[in-house]
Ligand binder design. Sequence first.
Ligand SMILES: [Zn+2]
Length: 296
Amino acid sequence: MFSRNQHTIASTCAVSGRGYWSAKEVTVVMHPAPIGTGIRLVRTDLPSSPSCDANVLNRSDANLRTNLESGDAKFQMVEHLMAALYALEIDNCIVEIDGEELPGLDGSSKPYVDALSHAGLIVQAEQRKRLVIQQVITLREGSSWITASPVPTGVSHFGYQLAFDCDGPISEQSYGFSCTPINFTRDVAPARTFVTLEQATALHQRGVARHVGYNELLVFGDDGPVDNELKYRNECARHKALDLVGDLSLVGVELIGKFISHRGGHSLNGRMAKALYELMVQQQYRESELSQRRAA
Ligand SMILES: [Zn+2]
């Protein structure tokens, strides 16, 4: 398994739309960034433009989404942007956002992938940092679990198994894929987020997401998606795999392993990201000790 070089984008690109919850129009501008920057989110609508590194240490718990915050730099629903950056192997990028909640778009990562692919990639003269999973790690939460395990091939695998306690409009389904830019772009990025009609109605009654139309995500009624068509038979499981990629990308390095979630959501993904981050810190400590001993 050879380490590969870091990447940034070759030119600036942007995506605009409204936040699902806030209904606010927001623009996400993605800029090239130097070696070692990582992914840094900047609030350009606030005085002094505070910023936040896209790292699990800055993750805050939220319902049905992944948020980041560092001081005044707060961001909501970053996972679809993060999945696109990670899967396209973009290590360094400054992302300027003129609002707190990222745009819902069509509920997928496709608009980000399209913009970033169009911007092009630059190879940078430094190796990527990475974490190679060497033993199985399992975390549980009720009837959900998530595992990270070694992959012999060096190509990471992300998978999701979706099931509900009782019969509902969304069928039991699963999906897994080898995470390469081509596979993600073709098979995962277009998969949209979903809710049941019951959930959508409850949100509307609370005054949330009233502006969101049936074409801006998948709303499942008893007969399938309302005023919409599935792009894939197992689109929901594919979207959950997309969320898994975005949430685990907050470790901040390339992950080499097999990652499977069984009925998990953002909070379980966040716990795994934290565990992997701690593993990486331990590994880096051992490596630096080893190289110091060699030098002595
Ligand atoms: Zn999602």
